[in-house]
Write a protein that binds this ligand. Structure first.
Ligand SMILES: NC(=O)C1=CN([C@@H]2O[C@H](COP(=O)(O)OP(=O)(O)OC[C@H]3O[C@@H](n4cnc5c(N)ncnc54)[C@H](OP(=O)(O)O)[C@@H]3O)[C@@H](O)[C@H]2O)C=CC1
Ligand SMILES: O=C(O)C1=N[C@H](C(=O)O)C[C@H](O)C1
Length: 239
């Protein structure tokens, strides 16, 4: 039986993952939060899932590396320096970094890329997201993932096309972002493709964070026996 450890175990996602581990027939090898011994937990686990904070990433990767334990990173709010840390650690251990572990969002990501590959730059792209009042990062990691897929469909990178602060007229071909926060919304995302006279809306609504937890556990169990390198949710889901 696979032993799954949790970094960020007391959080909203950590609690949902404990339930998902039991439902998947795996064993919960323990959880840690701020100030606890991450290396001991990594050594006691076949795989780690991390839903905590960007500020903890360096220590969490170091623990997984010391223990040679694969790790799924679900934490969002990561920047280029965090991606470099993950690239470095992936020389020694198997890693999935996924801003969204649900099947629906990962399928949506592929659909967005297909759509923007077929539409010209006269189709404006806006990414809208809403989350619960406790979320600390904006735009959400998923909004950035969807935006990157939209840019890729246009043969560009997200930094080339993203606009986080529209002030008046939008630039042709750019990708705008808008974030709403309130109540207990688990995670809503909408990509709006708009041109003269018509509009396409491709979206996803999470009704419960159990979808993220089940996807994370599925990915962790898949990752547990993999060798060093970076893998994706598309690899796990066969998309
Ligand atoms: N990839 C995906 O599909 C999803 C990703 N997320 C992302 O997961 C992350 C966590 O979300 P959520 O569970 O809602 O957040 P919470 O704030 O509810 O939980 C965060 C947990 O991480 C712990 N933590 C915070 N900082 C540190 C640190 N420096 N070292 C160790 N542990 C730490 C907290 O411990 P303490 O309680 O002691 O502060 C807490 O247990 C966010 O980045 C969120 O965006 C969320 C949903 C789905
Ligand atoms: O913080 C959350 O709750 C969520 N975070 C992820 C994100 O930033 O995209 C995934 C999901 O939308 C829920």
């Amino acid at each position: 039986m696979t032993h799954v450890g949790i970094f960020g175990s007391a959080g909203r996602m950590g609690q949902a993952i404990v339930i998902a581990i039991e439902s998947a027939g795996a064993t919960h090898s323990g959880g840690i939060d701020i100030g606890e011994d991450e290396t001991a937990l990594a050594q006691a686990s076949d795989v780690i899932v991390d839903f905590s904070s960007p500020s903890a990433l360096l220590a969490h990767l170091a623990a997984a590396r010391t223990a040679k334990t694969p790790i799924l990173i679900g934490t969002t709010g990561l920047d280029d320096s965090h991606q470099a840390m993950i690239d470095d650690a992936a020389h020694d251990i198997a890693i999935i970094q996924a801003a969204n572990t649900s099947l629906g969002v990962n399928l949506l990501t592929a659909l967005i890329e297909q759509a923007t590959a077929r539409l010209g730059a006269d189709w404006d792209i806006e990414v809208l997201e809403m989350h619960h009042r406790h979320k600390v990062d904006a735009p959400s990691g998923t909004a950035l993932l969807l935006g990157a897929a939209a840019a890729k469909g246009r043969g560009k990178s997200l930094p080339e096309l993203s606009r986080f602060d529209h002030d008046g007229r939008r630039d042709e071909g750019s990708i705008g972002f808008a974030s709403l926060r309130g109540g207990s919304v688990a995670g809503d995302h909408m990509v709006i493709l708009a041109t003269e006279g018509e509009r396409i809306e491709l979206g996803h609504r999470a009704e419960d964070r159990g979808i993220f937890a089940r996807g994370a556990v599925k990915a962790a169990l898949w990752l547990a026996d993999k060798g060093p390198g970076r893998y994706t949710m598309a690899d796990v889901l066969g998309l």
